[in-house]
Design a protein around this ligand. Sequence first.
Ligand code: FES
Length: 280
Amino acid sequence: MNRIITIEEEVPNVHKMVIDAPDVAKKCKPGHFAIVIPDEQSERIPLSIADWDEDAGTVTIYFLEVGVSTMKLARKVAGDEIDMMAPLGRESEIDNYGTVVVCGGCYGVGAIYPIVKALKEAGNTVVTIIEARAKYLLYNEEVLARDSDEIYTATSDGSHGTKGKAQTVMKDLVDGGRHFDRAYIMGCTFMMMRNARMAKELGIPSKVYLNPLMVDATGMCGVCRCDVGGETKFACVDGPEFDGADVDWEQLFKRSAQYVPHQTLAYQHKKCDIDHCGGV
Ligand code: FES
């Protein structure tokens, strides 16, 4: 079991949790993820590792409250314990490519940080773009700016930065004469699909971090299987990083949507139970 050091709601519905995990912190690499289990009745939730501190022995994750298990996680307080299995997955492919564009959305605004940092340390010129629906949902801009050569923001309502999405900024920059050697994209599946498609259109090779449903996260159950480049891959052991242009996004959406009606029902029942009847 791992103790929660801090938990805070960074912006509405995006939670940041710092966890005491000295053994995990020693082994983390950019691209790794964790399986977090809030209690013995919860699902196993795959979450990207957003930061780690070997000296302090801590690991940081960001998550959204979207179902019963993440609701339970969001209601934890400092000092509570959770079960965590990490680090998992393959390390991100990082090298000196030249100029790279890094796009983050949703939980990915927080979780893309190790990628930005590693790309900068590898000698790249790092252009970071973060997106949200509105200014009040954007976070981590200052942290990402420290390791980025340039940082841009995009909001759907135009309340901060460019009106549009990360791919709007990516396209504007390329149209203005910028060249990118590679794109790294992290966020919800729809965000990654949009940006990966734009990168492809602009001739930029891209890397995405798939987040399908997972159970064992050791390549045994097959729940996380996805189609990449015409081959069946298991996101937990073959990924989570894949070439964005090769992902079969339609299939990924279809598989991820399988339990949405059940998840929504369970969430509404449990939320009512917890918030109004004091259940857990
Ligand atoms: Fe079971 Fe990946 S989660 S094979």
